[in-house]
Design a protein around this ligand. Structure first.
Ligand SMILES: [Zn+2]
Length: 139
């Protein structure tokens, strides 16, 4: 387990948060990984589970500090994929809600209004509509 306490050179966020930044191996996306007897896993998960026990079923470890290289257990929290998506403003809409959002925006409602209506972030709506555009699924 190789990490160092973040210094000012690691960026203000990591330094202020007191992140433990991974110095070991990372995967293609820059996520810290380690090899265990059970196979590869993320370093953040391995360290978190060592301290807290297994991550509850159906949940993943979301990052509270937003630092990809941070492996500090206190900076992670088990959450569902949906919570994770919501936290990062990514699309958490089901295909049905997405179609509905598209119809509402098409009919003239503002994205912010639609976001309010569906109780999600405006960026979630933006992202969902962009995905629809890409897929060319209008209608
Ligand atoms: Zn951190």
């Amino acid at each position: 387990m190789t990490w160092h306490l973040a210094t000012p050179e690691d960026g203000e966020n990591a330094y202020v948060c007191g992140c433990h930044l991974w110095d070991g191996q990372t995967d293609r996306d820059g996520t810290p990984v380690i090899h265990t007897t059970q196979g590869n896993t993320t370093a953040a998960k391995a360290l978190w589970e060592r301290k807290n026990g297994p991550v509850p079923k159906g949940k993943v470890l979301g990052s509270l500090c937003g630092e990809t290289l941070c492996v500090r257990p206190r900076h992670r929290e088990p959450m569902t994929h949906r919570e994770l998506a919501y936290r990062y403003g990514r699309t958490a809409l089901t295909p049905r809600l997405r179609d509905r959002a598209y119809r509402l925006v098409s009919s003239g409602m503002s994205r912010r209004k639609v976001a309010e209506l569906m109780n999600v972030d405006e960026s979630t709506i933006r992202h969902a509509l962009r995905e629809l555009d890409r897929g060319g699924k209008h209608g």
